[in-house]
Every structure is written in structure tokens, then in C-alpha cells.
Design a protein around this ligand. Structure first.
Ligand code: NAP
Length: 370
């Protein structure tokens, strides 16, 4: 039985991964060791068959080295610290990772098997060992329009994103709640029917967002009643790192012979979970809209094509609908006034499922098949 080491099972991505692996009875295929960076020696709380009763030290290179596969959702700092050391110690197993650290390394494969299973299989035949989950927003976009990409119909894409607070981590989600409470407790302290004075209420909200006691240690700025048009670090070319990932990672996932330019603006919004994106897709030729719909629908079983009408869009094309759901709703699909080769689309998906945990657990099955 394959020896699987799991690091980072306690974080947000890790918890979603544990739920999915339990739901799909994945653990029965492995002898699993749970590691922790902070709780070694404590009782393992995950009730997985064939697993260790006591948590092992996630920095113990000799214990990690005994694994056939290490799957980590611990984060980039852990990968930076441990991966190279483990390789230097002679680790020959597979490394599956949610963090971005190794994604663009020459020998690493970005895994999104409904889109690039052929790339993954080739890499396995070439004895490659590093299989890294893609950026959540990029993976969700590629699943949504996989049919257009696969048929080589796309000249370029712009992606304008609306990314949930949870993309930044658990503390940020909690801070969003605190920010909302800070404002609503104050403005609604004497009643909830404020429509008559709503312009004054808005002025009061603005003052509260600038209050020195307003909770913003994690985001640095108000996200509640606001949005933040920058995600991740600044690059010299004016892009944010998150924006840079779209083109770099999508083309690496596809192993495209000709680069598909992708660019846009990534924005943090106050949704709790699920990333949304508005896409402008420049098609290589004028394709009838019903053919486009079929290409999108038929690419993979998780795409949910939403008819371009108001009620369906409001019901199914939202973070609320997509949360906790493996479906990838895609809608607002229409030709734009810009011309017959310009396609509009809007898509949303759970960034903790298809954007993080799901490609990792599916990679385990690809290894079992190999
Ligand atoms: P996270 O929630 O911050 O968890 C990371 C680690 O923090 C845990 O494994 C845990 O390690 C430690 N930790 C410390 N205090 C904790 C507490 N109170 N509760 C839970 N864990 C605690 O990180 P994450 O959002 O899951 O992200 C993990 C990796 O996935 C990152 O590289 C991230 O970039 C990537 N990713 C995240 C998302 C997303 O939407 N969040 C999407 C795609 C990829 P110990 O148990 O060892 O202490």
C-alpha cells in the first residue's frame, strides 16, 4: 500500500481536502501519516483508516523521507523550508502541493486533470515528481471555459475577478465578519429602518470605516462595504502577482505551443467563499453561440451552463450557489457589441474545492492508476 504523508490538514484547504477524501473513501487506498508543524505528539484527530494515532513532526526529514507521496496544504513557507532539504536527503517520492512556491519550476507540473491529464501522464512517464495545484482563480477559469481552450478557439482573454475573503485565509474571513459587525452594530443601534436617513447613514458608515478602532490588522483596509482592487504583491510591470499568474499558469497548465495572452484586474470583494470572474474572450473566428454553449457544456461534468437570463443568473451564478459545490457555473455567455469574435462570460467556483483541494486528491488517484 502506498505510504501517504499529509501536512496542512488543519488549515482551510486541508479541512476541505479531509472532507472530500473522507466522502470519497480515499484513505482506504493508502497507509496515511498525518504530520503537523505545531502539534507533533498530540492525538491525530482525523479518523482515517490505516492512519497514525499520534501526529508526527512535519519538519522531521527522516520521517517524511519514508513516504511514497507527500501531500501538503501547509503553505509556501513550509514548502520553501522542507522541499529542498528533503530532496537533498534523497527523497524519491511524489510531492503534491497547494502552495505556489514550486509551480513555475521547470520540473513541476501544475495539476488540473480535467484540463491537462495528458500533461500529467506524460510527466509521470518522464519520472517527474512535483505536482502542484494551480492558482485557484486560474484553475476555476480553465474548468469553466475548458471547451473553448481545448478546441483552440481562443486568441486572448481578459479576466476581471471578484475574489472572496477566504482566498486570503481564515483570519481574513474572521476580520471581514468583525468589520461588518463594527459598522452594523453602530449604525443600527437605534433601529433597523433607516431608509429615510440613508444618505446620512452612508456618511456615518464612511466615518466608521476610517475609525482608528476599525478592525483591519489582516486586510490593512476595510473590505466590508468596500472592495480592494489589489491582490498579492506588486510587480514592476504594474500587475499584481495574482494578475501575473493568470497568463503564466494557464499557459503552463495547457503546455500551449502558442501563448494565449491573459490579463485583467484581480479584486477582493466581501464574499466569504468562492471566486467569480467576468471574462472577455477574443475568439479566433466567429463561432455561433449555440456551438460555444455546447463546447463549454461538454468539456467536463462539473461545468453548469447557466442560460443568459436574469433569474437564472441571480440564482445560479453566485458565490452563494457555488459555495461547497463542485459545480462550476458559467453564464452571461453572449456575443459583445465589440464584434462577433468577442465573447462575454461570467463564471464562479469554489476556490477551496476545485481551486485547491480537488485537484490534489484527484492527483492521488492518478498516482494509484500509474
Ligand atoms: P491556513 O488556513 O492558514 O492553514 C495553514 C496551516 O496553518 C495549517 O495547516 C496549520 O498547520 C496552521 N494553523 C495555525 N493555526 C491554525 C488554526 N487556528 N487553525 C487551522 N490551522 C492553523 O492556510 P490555507 O488557506 O489552507 O492555505 C494553505 C495553502 O493553500 C497556501 O499555500 C495557500 O496559498 C494555498 N491555497 C489556498 C487557497 C484558499 O482559498 N485559501 C486556495 C488555493 C490554494 P499546523 O497544523 O501544522 O499547525
Amino acid at each position: 500500500m502506498m505510504k501517504l504523508g499529509i501536512v496542512g490538514w488543519r488549515g482551510m484547504v486541508g479541512q476541505v481536502l479531509m472532507e472530500r477524501m473522507t466522502a470519497e473513501a480515499d484513505f482506504k487506498h493508502f497507509e496515511t501519516t498525518f504530520f503537523s508543524t505545531s502539534q507533533k505528539g498530540e492525538t491525530n484527530p482525523i479518523k482515517a483508516p490505516n492512519s497514525n494515532p499520534v501526529l508526527q513532526d512535519a519538519y522531521d526529514i527522516s520521517a517524511l523521507k519514508q513516504m511514497d507521496v507527500i501531500l501538503t496544504c501547509q503553505g509556501g513557507d513550509y514548502t520553501k523550508k522542507v522541499h529542498a532539504e528533503l530532496k537533498a536527503a534523497g527523497f524519491k517520492g511524489f510531492w503534491i502541493d497547494a502552495a505556489s512556491t514550486l509551480r513555475m519550476e521547470k520540473d513541476a507540473v501544475i495539476i488540473l486533470d480535467p484540463v491537462n491529464k495528458n500533461v500529467i501522464k506524460t510527466a509521470l512517464l518522464n519520472n517527474q515528481k512535483e505536482f502542484i495545484g494551480g492558482n485557484c482563480t486560474v484553475s476555476l477559469m480553465m474548468l469553466a471555459i475548458g471547451g473553448l481552450l481545448e478546441s483552440d478557439s481562443v486568441e486572448w482573454i481578459t479576466s476581471m475577478t471578484y475574489q472572496a475573503a477566504s482566498g486570503a485565509g481564515a483570519r481574513h474571513m474572521n476580520e471581514l465578519l468583525k468589520q461588518m459587525k463594527f459598522v452594523t452594530d453602530a449604525v443600527m443601534s437605534e433601529g433597523e429602518n433607516l431608509s429615510d436617513q440613508i444618505l446620512q447613514v452612508e456618511k456615518n458608515v464612511k466615518v466608521l470605516l476610517g475609525d482608528p478602532k476599525f478592525p483591519k490588522e489582516n486586510f490593512g483596509y476595510p473590505l466590508a462595504f468596500n472592495l480592494l482592487p489589489w491582490i498579492d504583491s506588486e510587480l514592476d510591470n504594474g500587475q499584481s502577482k495574482e494578475e501575473w499568474k493568470a497568463c503564466a499558469e494557464a499557459n503552463k497548465i495547457l503546455q500551449s505551443k502558442t501563448l494565449i495572452p491573459i490579463d485583467g484586474t484581480c479584486v477582493r470583494v466581501s464574499a466569504m467563499r468562492c471566486h467569480s470572474q467576468a471574462l472577455t474572450i477574443k475568439l479566433k473566428k466567429d463561432i455561433p453561440i449555440d456551438e460555444i454553449e455546447s463546447m463549454i457544456r461538454e468539456h467536463n461534468q462539473w461545468v453548469k451552463f447557466i442560460p443568459n437570463n436574469k433569474s437564472s443568473s441571480m440564482e445560479f451564478l453566485t458565490p452563494e450557489y457555488a459555495s461547497g459545490n463542485l459545480e462550476i457555473p458559467v453564464g452571461r455567455v453572449r456575443k459583445m457589441n465589440l464584434g462577433p469574435t468577442y465573447l462575454n462570460a461570467f463564471t464562479v467556483g469554489d476556490q477551496l474545492l476545485w481551486g485547491a483541494a480537488e485537484p490534489l486528491r484527484r492527483m492521488l488517484h492518478i498516482l494509484l492508476e500509474h
